[in-house]
Design a protein around this ligand. Structure first.
Ligand SMILES: Nc1nc2c(c(=O)[nH]1)N[C@H]1C(S)=C(S)[C@@H](COP(=O)(O)OP(=O)(O)OC[C@H]3O[C@@H](n4cnc5c(=O)[nH]c(N)nc54)[C@H](O)[C@@H]3O)O[C@H]1N2
Ligand SMILES: Nc1nc2c(c(=O)[nH]1)N[C@H]1C(S)=C(S)[C@@H](COP(=O)(O)OP(=O)(O)OC[C@H]3O[C@@H](n4cnc5c(=O)[nH]c(N)nc54)[C@H](O)[C@@H]3O)O[C@H]1N2
Ligand SMILES: [Mo]
Length: 743
């Protein structure tokens, strides 16, 4: 999120919600959107293949064909450029590569866009006009956008729209991407990812050496943990396709097949290809589940042995910080001691490390600190969670967690009532600070940054330009903005590069002492001494630079986003014109099919119905938590599918009848038909929060005694189609096909 919910409620005049059903998946966020309507007469636009509860509140609802968002946004851009409604000043001053976008948008006339997306041409013109005339507008999205084979392009085209409209770095504008789970922002920031180190540092030798230093361990020791050095810098298996590492049916790139699986905090059935997941679970030598509930990984496998369930305490039984969707940290206190024999997550990990002989190395970082501007061993014991938080503050500079000391975060928690929900600004004991110190929070005095890329606010008060990440020049064009883009209060007029030891003196116009030079790290991301941050503070400069936003990612397969049909497209005629990518040889250690899957057959002939998955308000994730609640499970006691009566009639189905849904992978699930006019006769919508039944087989006798949830059901992920994003490997949950048959 570039801004925050209070900002939307207070400033947005238009809220463009695309691929999110916040009324069900984020009711608190939704409340802010409705407040914006009351306070600012904001209009709500909802773009979704399903008429959701969010759509029910919209001023304009646009029913889109799944997987065509890039085309749709180009359709809007076409109208905007054609009428000269783009923010030329903003684009010229702060954006690189827009001509390429303009050229692509030129192709997407309202008529063509309408044909591809299913949205009427006059609606496209109407909404483009609305966007051009209503400022500030914010763009909101979630899963309907990210979870596609073109997810990366989808998430790029929307900020591009905002750059064209000049809505970035402004109150009421920005891209407010609503993150999912509680602390999912924190979990990616802290690296629950297979392709980076914490803080998105990357897997190269440089970042590894930085972390080795931060953790107080020998780099060579770290390297020796890997079967061969190349695995240290190679992406790991991803959650989406770990099963391929077990089954080895298709080409994988690893030192050996996966034989043991440790699951801590993931629902397993929440990923696609559950039938493959089941096969892989069956083949493992060892399955360990560390979870407060009986994770259904233990239930859907046929194995009876070598499964261990470690009872983990919940968030209420431990203390520490989490990160909210707007980049704010929140400190949480322990409410009760861990119940029964359960233990908090970190203690499970510590016990594991002790058993395997690397406990000292694992915990050493918490005994490190900066003294006399040098990183050193400062104590012999550590205290949880404070020293873990201090380690984060000391190490995670890329996103600016420097100022997140446990003292400050606790103070924010204790003075919750002293913050203005509209601006996040504190008063009294927390005067001048923003709630939760939204990152980047550059140093221990910084107040946090509530609105990203706002050059009208001084860096020391939360302002900044765009980040300089991709060099200073591309094809002879400077990536830095001109003098018109000066961040308020900055000593430097116009753009500047990210600050390094080498350029700091010339860029900031200062002279360092010999001692400062000796203590300073090579650049702002690896400078434990804090000198770079300090000098930047004095100059009113953001350490990460002040650059142009680039809309052209020259190293991606699609430098500007392109519409590509889903792998299982409902429009084979368009597959010819907008084919997907070439097959991928090795991404996250596995081969991934794209064009070969798309072209394998004309899928829509056998699987004529579009398949969308979504959340229900009373269940979360794979659903195990809430399905063990008598009252929450009572709201949706069994798995179902929203189906239009006309589609059902053609299949001889009545409301409440059972039906089989078949997937292109040859899998099937048996679910109840629930008549609904939220869907059209060409598509069905499934909740994704059920598990425990596999292709008609009830596995629930596998739950240990007295742990069977009140509700079990087929997982939508048994039939969500094969397909993964070209960059991130997120599954294509939302643009598949299926066939319906009366059960
Ligand atoms: N078809 C379909 N599939 C989807 C999606 C979709 O839209 N459609 N959405 C996807 C998305 S966005 C996401 S984020 C994933 C979510 O998928 P998961 O991350 O798998 O989500 P949960 O099912 O909530 O799994 C969390 C697990 O962690 C356990 N847990 C809870 N608290 C703690 C704790 O403190 N410690 C530990 N160790 N465990 C804990 C829970 O009991 C549960 O078993 O699902 C994805 N799957
Ligand atoms: N009650 C509840 N709340 C939750 C969760 C939960 O499981 N239960 N999960 C949490 C998590 S992990 C997340 S990530 C968030 C997700 O939050 P949301 O993304 O808001 O939740 P979804 O219900 O998956 O809504 C996605 C919407 O995208 C639409 N969609 C599908 N395909 C397309 C497409 O191609 N284009 C467009 N424009 N729209 C499309 C779907 O019809 C659906 O309405 O919710 C969080 N909140
Ligand atoms: Mo999520």
């Amino acid at each position: 999120m570039t801004n925050h919910f209070g900002d939307v409620a207070g400033h947005s005049k238009l809220i463009f919600i695309i691929g999110a059903n916040s009324a069900a998946a984020n009711p608190i966020g939704m409340k802010h959107f409705l407040q914006a309507r009351d306070r600012n007469s904001a209009q709500l636009v909802v773009v979704d293949p399903v008429f959701t509860k969010t759509a029910a509140k919209a001023d304009h609802y646009l029913r889109i064909r799944t997987g065509t968002d890039v085309a749709f946004i180009y359709g809007l851009l076409h109208v905007i450029f054609k009428n000269g409604w783009e923010d030329t000043d903003f684009i010229n001053a702060r954006v690189y590569g827009m001509d390429d976008i303009k050229a692509e948008a030129g192709k997407w006339t309202p008529e063509l866009t309408s044909d591809v997306t299913g949205i009427p041409a006059d609606k496209i013109i109407q909404v483009a006009t609305l966007l051009a005339k209503t400022k500030p507008a914010t763009v909101v999205w979630a899963l309907g956008i990210t979870q596609h084979s073109t997810g990366t392009s989808n998430t790029r085209i929307l900020p591009i729209l905002q750059l064209v409209l000049g809505n970035m770095g402004k109150n009421g504008g920005g891209c407010n991407i609503i993150r999912g789970h509680d602390n999912v922002q924190g979990s990616t920031d802290m690296c629950c990812l297979a392709d980076s180190l914490p803080g998105y540092y990357g897997l190269d030798e440089g970042p590894w050496k930085y972390f080795a230093k931060s953790w107080g361990v020998d780099y060579e020791w770290l390297k020796a943990r890997f079967a061969a050095p190349e695995w240290m810098t190679a992406k790991g298996f991803s959650l989406a396709k770990w099963w391929q590492g077990v089954l080895q049916e298709e080409k994988t790139y690893s030192s050996s097949p996966i034989r043991a699986l440790w699951v801590q905090g993931n629902g397993i059935t929440s990923m696609t290809q559950t039938a493959k997941v089941q096969e892989a679970l069956d083949k493992l030598d060892l399955l360990v589940i560390a979870d407060p509930f009986v994770n259904e990984a233990a239930v859907i496998t046929h194995q009876k042995d070598n499964i261990y369930i470690l009872p983990v305490a919940t968030q209420f039984e431990t203390e520490g910080s989490v990160t909210a969707t707007n980049r704010s940290a929140q400190w949480r206190s322990k409410v009760v001691e861990p119940l029964y024999e359960s233990r908090p997550d970190q203690e499970v990990m510590f016990a594991f490390a002790k058993k395997f002989g690397f406990y000292d190395e694992l915990t050493k970082g918490m005994k490190m600190g900066v003294k006399d501007r040098q990183l050193t061993h400062v104590k012999d014991t550590f205290s949880w969670p404070d020293d873990a938080s201090l380690e984060i503050a000391r190490t995670i500079k890329t996103i600016g967690c420097d100022g997140w000391t446990p003292e400050r975060l606790r103070k924010h928690q204790e003075n919750w009532d002293m913050f203005d929900p509209g601006t996040l600004l504190g008063s009294g004991p927390v005067a001048g600070e923003y709630y939760g110190l939204p990152w980047p929070c550059w140093d221990a005095k910084h107040p946090g940054s509530p609105v990203l890329y706002d050059i009208g606010t001084a860096v020391n008060e939360g302002g900044m330009g765009f980040r300089n990440r991709f060099g200073l020049e591309h094809e002879g064009v400077s990536q830095l903005p001109d003098r018109s883009v000066t961040v308020k209060g900055s000593r430097i007029t116009g753009g500047y590069p990210e600050i390094t030891k080498e350029n700091i003196e010339t860029v900031l116009g200062i002279q360092l002492s010999a001692e400062e030079k000796e203590r300073m790290g090579a650049n702002w991301k690896v400078d434990f001494s804090g000198i770079i941050q300090e000098k930047c503070r004095e100059a009113g400069v953001a350490p990460y630079g002040n650059a142009k936003a680039r809309v052209k990612v020259w190293e991606f397969p699609d430098p500007v986003p392109l519409h590509r049909e889903p792998l299982h497209s409902s429009r084979p005629d368009l597959v010819e014109k907008y084919p997907t990518y070439a097959d991928q040889k090795n991404n996250f250690r596995v081969a991934v099919r794209f064009i070969s899957e798309q072209k394998a057959q004309e899928w829509v002939k056998d699987f004529p119905v579009m398949l969308v998955t979504m959340r229900v308000v009373n269940l979360s994730g794979a659903g195990m938590l809430e399905r063990t609640s008598k009252y929450l499970s009572h709201i949706t006691p069994e798995m179902f599918a929203h189906i239009h009566p006309d589609l059902a009639a053609g299949k001889g189905l009545r409301d409440g009848d059972m039906m089989w849904l078949h997937s292109p992978q040859g899998t099937k699930i048996k679910v109840k038909a629930k008549f609904s006019s939220t869907v059209t006769p060409d598509r069905i919508a499934l909740p994704y929060n059920f598990a425990g039944v596999m292709q008609g087989v009830d596995m629930s006798s596998n739950y240990p005694d007295e742990t069977r949830p009140y509700a079990v059901g087929e997982s939508s992920n048994t039939i969500t189609n094969y397909g993964f994003d070209i960059i991130t490997q997120i599954p294509e949950y939302n643009a598949g096909l299926c066939r319906i048959e009366k059960a």
